[in-house]
Design a binder for this molecule. Structure first.
Ligand code: GLY
Ligand code: MN
Ligand code: MN
Length: 543
């Protein structure tokens, strides 16, 4: 008996001890509750929001991708498991027992066997205590729920990606939850007309049949903007039709589609959550700043460690080791480490060049810390010294970035830094004779400079004017791939410098400034000793 008691106590001690050693610095339950309140306050009378968690996605055979929560779902709940649904009501509801509630969370059911294989689930009780929901059910209860979606004036959902898998192992996966929602709510994807489609439909409705040749031409042009129009059978038939009778029939059919009324709305949640998420709270800033500092320090360590004999993969590993050392769970997006010409591929993720040689290496990486993702790029010469050509291009990008950052000022348009950077880049390329005129369109700076970061690396936002506590990247770049229409000496130079800027009442604050940015500071950092200089592993190819 005593032995059992000892084993039990040891087990209890171990469980408590191991639990206490897991990270505790996630967003608080109050944060998520407050965000649900903020969303509710923007919902019109008699409306309901239905938000689905992410599904588990399959990698191959019986191996799934590491699960990552949908950021909107996480923002509103703090729940980090799949197969869940959040319901928010605009007003209080009363159940049969007279209990009042204004939100429901449906979660994965506890399951000893599944938990033995795949890890602990919060279940109903955990969701109540850890996430502070008072009304929680198992996900299967959503399928059988008596919520009458049709009685609401508005039902807010996000656009379905429809990439859910029915694994058939579980009857309440996101797949099943979505199917059940669609059935119970009368959801029909044909009821949602994109703005372009709406314009085309209205044109068809308003144009006399004898003029429909013009309309067919306009449909052709609309197709080049929105290729999904080709899935609209009636529209395609109308475009090709020569028979008057058929055209009239199709015109009537299409005109009727304009009159379809549905209470389901797929845009409110996306735009309202973007407005909420684009301004970071102090609690969010703490985590985001940590993610950014970790990423900047990763850049510093790689600057010290980089040698021409190293591979892109190895350099990626050094960055990611630093992230893990700080306890960051993931990379916020696939790491980009591209030497020379590879640096000219904007989202190069193969990272498989076996020697970086004497090239410039572009490294765009961000740690994800407790859900928040940094986005920091440095471009450095593998041998520690910029060539004259590399420095000339680097300095243009640097000047463009500096000029752009100065515009991260409250009430400035968020489009301004991009415009400023573009002017600096064009002038610089013109001065070097790489382009013939400062107004010439050219392919060397093919992307914008500024996006929000947060729970997503490309965080949602409305992209109006800068406001206090936004965190936005500033990332100009010049990419001159081999074969470009300029002197060969510029080829294979790809440079991006990307920093994460906090907008404050006192002006911009560069949160990633720990990673050197000037050519001088980079060269100085690269000359320093790295702890990895002495890290030598056995050569597996040596006999
Ligand atoms: N890392 C993706 C981007 O810079 O936007
Ligand atoms: Mn970026
Ligand atoms: Mn980036």
């Amino acid at each position: 008996m005593k032995v059992f008691k000892f084993i039990f106590l040891a087990f209890l001690f171990f469980s408590i001890n191991s639990f206490s050693q897991t990270p505790k610095d996630f967003l608080s339950k109050d944060f998520h509750k407050n965000r649900r309140g903020a969303l509710r306050s923007k919902m019109p009378v008699n409306s309901i929001a239905v938000v689905f968690s992410n599904p588990v996605r399959n990698r191959a055979n019986d191996v799934d991708y590491v699960f990552h929560q949908d950021p909107n779902f996480y923002y509103l709940t703090g729940y980090r498991e799949p197969n869940a649904v959040l319901i928010i009501f605009s007003e209080d509801q009363t159940d049969k027992k007279g209990i009042i509630y204004n939100e429901i969370l449906y979660v994965q059911k506890r399951d000893a066997r599944a938990e033995q294989w795949n890890g602990k689930r919060l279940g109903i009780e955990g969701a109540k205590s850890e996430l502070d929901f008072s009304t929680v059910f198992n996900a299967e209860d959503f399928i059988n729920s008596s919520i009458n979606f049709k009685k609401f004036n508005r039902v807010f959902i996000e656009k379905f990606n429809d990439d859910y898998r029915n694994s058939l192992k579980n009857t309440s996966e996101v797949y099943d939850l979505v199917v059940s929602f669609k059935q119970n709510s009368g959801y029909n994807s044909n009821n949602f007309i994109s703005p372009i489609k709406k314009q085309v439909y209205e044109l068809i409705k308003a144009t006399p049949i004898e003029n429909s040749a013009n309309v067919a031409q306009i449909i052709g042009r609309a197709l080049s903007y929105d290729s999904s129009l080709k899935d609209d059978e009636d529209l395609m038939k109308f475009k090709e039709a020569t028979d008057q009778k058929l055209k009239i029939e199709l015109k009537q059919k299409i005109s009727l589609k304009l009159d379809i009324k549905t209470n389901i709305d797929i845009s409110f949640l996306t735009s309202t959550l973007a407005s909420l998420r684009e301004i970071k709270s102090p609690e969010e800033l703490k985590l985001l700043i940590k993610a950014i500092r970790i990423s900047a320090i990763g850049q510093v360590e790689v600057m010290k460690a980089m040698k021409p004999h190293m591979s892109e993969t190895e350099l990626q590993g050094i960055h990611e080791f630093v992230y893990k050392k700080y306890g960051a769970e993931y990379e916020g997006y696939p790491s980009i480490v591209g030497a020379g010409n590879n640096g000219c591929i904007l989202h190069y993720i193969e990272n498989n060049q076996t020697k970086v040689g004497n090239e410039l290496v572009l490294m765009d990486l961000g740690a994800e810390y407790r859900g928040y993702t940094a986005d920091v790029t440095r471009t450095i010469p593998a041998n520690g010294k910029f060539t004259t050509e590399q420095k000339a291009i680097y300095d243009i990008v640097y000047d463009a970035q500096e000029a752009g950052i100065a515009a991260y000022v409250i009430n400035n348009s968020m489009a301004k830094p991009n415009q400023i950077a573009r002017r600096v880049v064009n002038q610089g390329l013109f001065n070097l004779g790489i382009i013939d005129s400062i107004n010439q369109p050219h392919p060397y700076f093919p992307h914008g400079t500024s996006h929000h970061i947060g729970l997503d690396v490309h965080d949602p936002g409305n992209y109006g004017n800068f406001e206090e506590n936004m965190v936005v990247t500033m990332e100009p770049g010049i990419y001159i791939p081999e074969g470009s229409a300029c002197d060969k000496k510029w080829w294979a130079i790809g440079i991006r410098i990307e920093d994460d800027i906090l907008v404050t009442k006192n002006g911009p604050v560069n949160l990633s400034s720990e990673a050197p940015r000037t050519t001088k500071d980079i060269e100085e950092m690269m000359a320093r000793k790295s702890i990895l200089d002495d890290f030598v592993l056995p050569d597996l190819d040596k006999k």
